[in-house]
Design a protein around this ligand. Sequence first.
Ligand code: KIV
Ligand code: ZN
Length: 386
Amino acid sequence: MSDKVFIFDTTLRDGEQVPGCKLNTKEKIELALLLEELGVDIIEAGFPISSPGDFESVKLIAQQVKTATVAGLSRSVEKDIETAAAALRFAAKPRIHTGIGTSDYHIKHKFNSTREEILERAIKAAKFARRFTDDVEFFCEDAGRSDTEYLARVVEAVIKAGATTVNIPDTTGYCLPQQYAEKIAYLINNVPNIDKAVVSCHCHNDLGLATANSIAGAAVGARQIECTINGIGERAGNTSLEEVVMIMRQHPELNLHTDINTRMLNEVSQRVADTMRMPVQANKAIVGANAFSHSSGIHQDGFLKNAQNYEIINPDEVGAAGSKIVLTARSGRSALAYRFKNLGYDFNRDEVDVLYEAFLQVADKHKEVDDEALEQLAKTVVAETN
Ligand code: KIV
Ligand code: ZN
């Protein structure tokens, strides 16, 4: 049996921090219930101290979500933690997510502090959070650039103080997959009480490595991945939920699984994009409009012979509308014949040759040749050849 990786969705917190993506309470509740239906294990509902509106959203989500754990973010500040606890009071499964920066950048230039002082603050925060719930996650912000031995000391101390999940964020998206994996492996192999906590990956995408880093972390023993739908999040975004889930599904050799209902991925992606008014890029893995589209002649011919020549995922598995053969000036004869067949025309090889020349004239003038243009072509060419 493969190991389960917990999916911690932060679309409503890290994702919602994106300029223009702010949601009202009703929208946040609707998306939280959808995420629960999708099968995420933990929903980070917001940052309760940040505004009265966010407090209210977290409170209402906590009341309505029944099966998933609901998390609220806080800094390592008592007032923050108390406020998060108050917002989560009615949650069936509340989690306080607290933490502090552990890199020397953050220690010196954000807190004007020292490693020892930060360690003390971290311990105090984890202990204080445990007064309100048994489920405490501690984040070591900028862990990606933190000194690994110091990070290990913080992780050991916060677990001793009561943290049940330790979050190792690559906050600035700096690490290479191997570096991130080495950091996680170091913690797993050197922190004496690490077996008392779940290790979590929280990766940002500044170098386009968020997904690769999260999978690298899970491959060496992390058992929670923090991610967002469509990969939205601060700056270049967070790890994309749909990508990590499908990587684990497509690669059984990783021996990892999640409880996500993958058939809902496209629907949820669209709902998040519409609600947040943040369109999904067409070439986005799994959920982009072109994720199952084939437009060059070589690919189309291979795909039509056997879909697996050019598709590693069955579109049904992720709830996509289906594979598409798109006609452009780069398309070939077999794709043209296929599309004509779908429209009810069964042209022979010689007819397709004639139609193909006419098609190229049209295709060179337009980005894509649609059904209407194909019908027109068929009529003209048929009329000319009769
Ligand atoms: O990127 C980050 O470090 C975060 C923490 C607040 C968890 O979002
Ligand atoms: Zn983050």
